[in-house]
Write a protein that binds this ligand. Structure first.
Ligand code: FAD
Length: 303
């Protein structure tokens, strides 16, 4: 573990880089709410500088923990450590092939500098309604492992969200150690698309991810659709998923799913994002498009 003193005492005084999860949890416990977990720092350090967080005495950097800077294929899962950056995910052959929507969603985050240090764990723990990596992982049916004084446990990703920027992960006492999803197999595919204003404030207009399973008769056996920002937390569009399951994979069916997805969310107009009508049109346009892309990937696996 390295401890570095921060020159400016109006922020944290100590910066730890623990080598094990146990060590990280022990430091957090010792500081009793006065230390905070940091990943790549691309959100936290910017927000801390702007005075958006209560000052803490220490930062606990979890990107140097042994074994958690890697992507592994374990049992039935692709497992991503909390030190893994978006750039690592975008380049990983297993994720490109068997978790395409995660590679695509991490690939649109910021620019190369942000992707080279920002982590998927930080994106999830930040709990913004439209975190792109989060939307990608949610579509894949992702799970996260959270470690604290009582040990570590896996939970479905969607159960970690409490509100905008609010997570059930206590970022002063717990570490999101690993993330995982079941890779898409033969007859399965996934895809992601984000619409964003290219200039000015970089706020997403809509970010969407899908995962589908297709049988040999072109019938959709299973489907997941994630969206954001359409409410306080990243959204799983269950009624729209139900519209697809058991139905043929056709353009008409994708359009119905998009219509049902829109009936079940309240897309707000925002002067920084777009009008409600424009955002709805983006869902009508791009949700069917990514369903088609995911189905095409599924078909390739069947052939
Ligand atoms: C210029 C710029 C552009 C950006 N563009 C995008 C974009 O297009 N799409 C997008 O989704 N995001 C974007 N972001 C936001 C940010 O880069 C991502 O959300 C990134 O994934 C955050 O990861 P991080 O490792 O840097 O998290 P950090 O900033 O280190 O932490 C974020 C939050 O999560 C907590 N945390 C971090 N890691 C853990 C952990 N392992 N366990 C528990 N808590 C943890 C921290 O305490 C903090 O609350 C952008 C940021 C910048 C500066």
């Amino acid at each position: 573990m390295t401890v570095m003193a921060q020159a400016s005492s109006n922020r944290w005084q100590h910066y730890y880089t623990p080598a094990t999860v146990e060590e990280a949890v022990e430091i957090l416990q010792r500081y009793d709410g006065e230390a905070r977990v940091v990943g790549g720092g691309t959100d936290l350090l910017v927000e801390t500088r702007r005075g958006l967080h209560k000052p803490v005495s220490a930062m606990v950097d979890v990107t140097h923990i042994d074994g958690l800077g890697e992507i592994a294929v374990e049992d039935d899962y692709i497992v991503i450590g909390c030190g893994v950056t978006h750039s690592q995910i975008v380049r990983n052959p297993h994720i490109i092939e068997q978790g395409s929507c995660l590679a695509e969603s991490c690939g649109v985050i910021g620019g190369p500098q942000v992707r080279n240090v920002g982590t998927l764990a930080g994106n999830v723990a930040h709990a913004l309604p439209a975190g792109d990596g989060t939307i990608g992982l949610l579509a894949l049916g992702g799970e996260i492992e959270v470690a604290g004084v009582d040990g570590a446990r896996w939970m479905p990703l969607q159960e970690s969200f409490k509100g905008p920027g609010k997570s059930f992960i206590d970022r002063y006492r717990q570490v999101l150690t690993r993330l995982r999803f079941r890779p898409t197999g033969p007859g399965e595919g996934s895809a992601h698309h984000r619409v964003m204003r290219p200039q000015g404030l970089c706020l997403p207009i809509i970010s969407m991810g899908v995962r589908v399973a297709l049988d040999a008769d072109n019938v959709i056996g299973d489907a997941r659709i994630s969206m954001g920002p359409v409410g306080p937390v990243p959204h799983l569009a269950e009624p729209a998923m139900d519209v697809l399951i058991g139905k043929p994979a056709t353009a008409g069916q994708y359009a119905k799913a998009a219509a049902v997805a829109l009936q079940n969310v309240e897309l707000r107009a925002s002067k920084y994002r777009a009008t409600r009508e424009y955002r709805e049109q983006m869902v009508r346009t791009f949700l069917p498009a990514i369903l088609e892309r995911a189905v095409e990937r599924a078909r390739q696996g069947l052939s």
